[in-house]
Design a protein. Structure first.
Length: 387
């Protein structure tokens, strides 16, 4: 047997492992890779469970307690993630998702990759009576996984962390997220594979946005976003003032409101597209590859406040744009699921530690975009933005 798996948590079977540390030697393999499961203590992270993977080159931390989010990635001395004003990862019990303002979600936001969804993924939506219907970015990021497994396949030279999170309620939607983080030994990349299933006997709908966030040292003034743009438009009139600089991160400015741009990306014949953030010196970067057929809506989010207030940019593939759900439904961008139906999503995240690696990814993106002249709009586009 080349694949060895460990159940870290299984609510249905009442099984739970408080801590685990598996090294290469324990599976009879050469190398310097490992899996470690532990529980964080103190402050708002009290009780948060994390799974730390080291593939021999790349290190990353999965947070089952927070919807199987990805806290951070590290390659050598390069940390990929951001410095949130919130010292997390925050346990969901301390995140007031349903507070009347609709933006309580922000009290727990500090991951590199945070899923938004599944019932809704955009701005908070209120009913005619003023009551909150859907909170900012949904609930999945603040729901703990009920089953988590880690595995090492020595023949395939791979490590996997899998988890299942249910977002369900009586007389409501019943959606299941099954996610797998897969990495090859000694490689600077990992793959995120998600399956969203409608568990109900009735039709349902869903929204999913991958809020993938970068701060220093990659995201600093002068850093560049490289993307095969087909069409790009600002979310609102404030963001319109940034359209000419959509691909460049500007100086940190106290109190500066966020910018957001919505885009459609060029893809190859199989739907593959790619985007990259390049550090200001051009020597390091990180790229994302995904399928535009599955994730057709792309958002660029830029928060250029002072570092203590969160200097961060988000590269965000999604099933839809993060407007209120009723608007996205009116535009036909909310996927529908029949009873038992499953939708599949994949994202490849690769860290580029050298200028040569950055340049190779840039060439790939240029090849995807070849022959397409981007359309850059300087005002919000009807049908794309509800503000």
């Amino acid at each position: 047997m080349t694949r060895t798996a460990w159940t870290l948590s299984d609510v249905e079977r009442d099984e739970h492992v408080d801590s685990l540390h598996i090294t290469a030697g324990e599976v009879g393999a050469a190398g310097d890779f490992s899996i470690r499961k532990r529980t964080l203590r103190g402050g708002l992270r009290e009780g948060v469970e994390v799974v730390e993977v080291d593939n021999g080159l790349l290190r990353f931390t999965v947070v089952p307690t927070r919807g199987m989010g990805l806290w951070r990635v590290e390659l050598g001395d390069l940390r990929v993630g951001w410095l949130s004003p919130v010292l997390g990862p925050v346990h969901p019990q301390f995140v007031p998702v349903a507070e009347p303002s609709g933006i309580g979600w922000l009290a727990g936001f500090d991951e590199l990759l945070c899923r938004c969804g599944l019932e809704s993924n955009g701005a908070p939506q209120f009913g005619d009576d003023g009551r909150l219907q859907y909170p900012l970015h949904g609930r999945i990021a603040n729901l703990p996984a009920q089953r988590v497994e880690a595995a090492i396949d020595t023949a395939a030279h791979a490590i996997a962390v899998e988890g299942t999170v249910d977002e369900a309620r009586l007389f409501g939607h019943k959606l299941r997220l099954h996610t797998t983080y897969l990495t090859q030994l000694d490689q600077p990349r990992l793959r995120i594979v998600d399956r969203v299933t409608n568990l109900s006997s009735e039709p349902s709908n869903m929204e999913l946005l991958y809020h993938i966030n970068f701060g220093p040292p990659l995201a600093t003034p002068g850093a560049r976003i490289v993307a095969p743009i087909e069409t790009l438009a600002p979310r609102d009139m404030h963001s319109a003032t940034d359209v000419a600089r959509w691909s460049t991160l500007g100086p940190a400015t106290a109190g500066l409101p966020e910018y957001a741009h919505f885009a459609e990306l060029v893809a190859d014949g199989e739907g593959r597209t790619r985007v990259m953030l390049v550090a200001a010196d051009g020597q390091r970067g990180v790229s994302l590859q995904f399928n535009r057929h599955r994730l057709p809506a792309f958002t660029i989010w830029k928060s250029q406040r002072l570092p203590e207030d969160g200097y961060v940019t988000g590269l965000e593939p999604g099933t839809n744009y993060p407007n209120v759900k009723r608007f996205e439904q009116q535009q036909g961008r909310v996927p529908q699921l029949d009873p038992g139906q499953t939708l599949h999503f994949e994202i490849d995240l690769e860290v580029h530690p050298t200028a040569e690696s950055v340049n190779a990814a840039a060439v790939d993106i240029a090849n995807i975009a070849r022959g397409v002249e981007p359309t850059i709009r300087h005002e919000p586009m009807p049908g794309w933005s509800d503000v």
